[in-house]
Ligand binder design. Structure first.
Ligand SMILES: *Cc1c(COP(=O)(O)O)cnc(C)c1O
Length: 363
């Protein structure tokens, strides 16, 4: 049996008729950018997250950098972020000229809250909390620290659609929550898409203007903005996905529950979920000191895996200018050498999963 790490086609076929009907409706409507579908999607998604406003954008990266832009964070400012995140989190900070200050992760692969205060300086302006692999970060202390030092709080929810910390949805804790709808995310579009959510009417309005060349009224430009609009087709298809999101996340929960119960091998460590937090299992990430061997073995059994992520941002060529060499974030670097995402997707069959479990247990 051949098993791929992800199968986005399965997510489509599960609701094929609904997706196709919606796509045809938008194509036939004659209106393709910023219209009724985007308006409805923004209302529905804000209500899902539990915030007052949502503004649809063209990608998750746009959501991040535009969030920092409207919060007034740029050159000379520092933003605290975990070292083991996807590089887009960091680019959202540096596109604006601000400096990322990396904090090591805890055993749940999210920012170690005990390390945050040590990294706060007079230039610190914000914390970017990433809910990595779908699990909510330890939000109670993060919110407290942000308050204590008067810092802005931004959340990177690109992997955490629907995940909660003490019953409160990720994206609703900070000044702004940033989402990606890249096809492989839990709530994926059929192309690129993103959004910010917020309770601040003024921030929402600023993002709304910024995404459309800085204009509120056509041809009257208030600020130098950008073009980052969620299109009608993606918004319409996302409304379909949103309707089924709870069900999709429950299916992932079921699959991962079986992984946790049935994978038994001393060569690897299974993921843990923090008390008070939930995960929507964007990835099922194991840690293994024998990772390269395990990848090779699974490949031979035709089981695909992915490393999220092999090179931490501070060691990437792009951030060489920060001057943080190897050894500067030992836990982050250790994780980069040990993490491995095993196959997980909506529509994964019991047969497929049994095959993966059997092979891993025999490693
Ligand atoms: C996917 C992702 C992003 C970027 O989203 P895009 O829509 O691809 O721009 C940002 N942060 C994290 C943690 C992500 O996983």
């Amino acid at each position: 049996m051949r098993i791929m790490p992800n199968r986005m086609d399965r997510g489509f076929y599960k609701y094929q008729k609904e997706f196709e009907d919606k796509a045809l409706k938008v194509l036939r409507s004659g209106w393709y950018v910023l219209g009724e579908e985007v308006d409805c999607f923004e209302k529905e998604f804000a209500s899902f997250v539990g915030t007052d406003y949502c503004v649809g954008l063209a990608s998750g990266l746009d959501a991040l950098w535009i969030a920092f832009r409207v919060l007034g964070i740029g050159t000379g400012d520092e933003v605290i972020v975990q070292g083991n995140t996807y590089i887009a989190s960091v680019m959202g900070i540096t596109i604006n000229g601000a400096t990322p200050v990396f904090v090591e992760p805890d055993e749940y692969n999210n920012i170690d809250v005990l390390e945050i205060e040590k990294k706060i300086t007079g230039r610190t302006k914000a914390i970017l909390a990433v809910h990595l692999y779908g699990q909510a970060s330890n939000m109670e202390p993060i919110v407290e620290i942000a308050k204590k030092y008067n810092l802005k709080l931004v959340e990177d929810c690109a992997q955490s659609h629907g995940a909660c910390f003490r019953e409160k949805m990720t994206g609703s804790f900070g000044d702004i929550g940033c989402f990606s709808f890249y096809p492989s995310k839990n709530m994926g579009a059929f192309g690129d898409g993103g959004a910010i959510v917020t309770n601040d009417e003024n921030l929402a309005q600023q993002v709304r203007i910024f995404r459309n060349y800085g204009s509120e009224k056509r041809y009257y430009n208030k600020v130098v903005g950008t073009n980052s609009r969620l299109d009608e087709l993606q918004a319409g298809l996302l409304r379909v996905r949103l309707k089924h999101l709870e069900e999709l996340n429950q299916e992932r929960e079921k699959i991962c529950g079986i992984y946790i119960k049935q994978i038994e091998n001393e060569a690897l460590e299974l993921p843990k979920v923090r008390e008070g937090a939930t995960t929507v299992w964007h990835q099922f990430v194991i840690h293994s000191k024998r990772r390269e061997e395990l990848i090779k073995y699974l490949n031979e059994k035709e089981i695909g895996t992915i490393i999220h992520y092999p090179i931490p941002p501070h060691l990437s060529e792009a951030y060489g200018y920060l001057g943080l060499g190897k050894g500067s974030l030992p836990i982050t670097e250790k994780y980069a050498d040990e993490v491995l995402s095993i196959p997980l997707y909506n529509g994964m069959t019991a047969e497929e999963q049994e095959y993966v479990i059997e092979k891993i247990n025999r490693f």
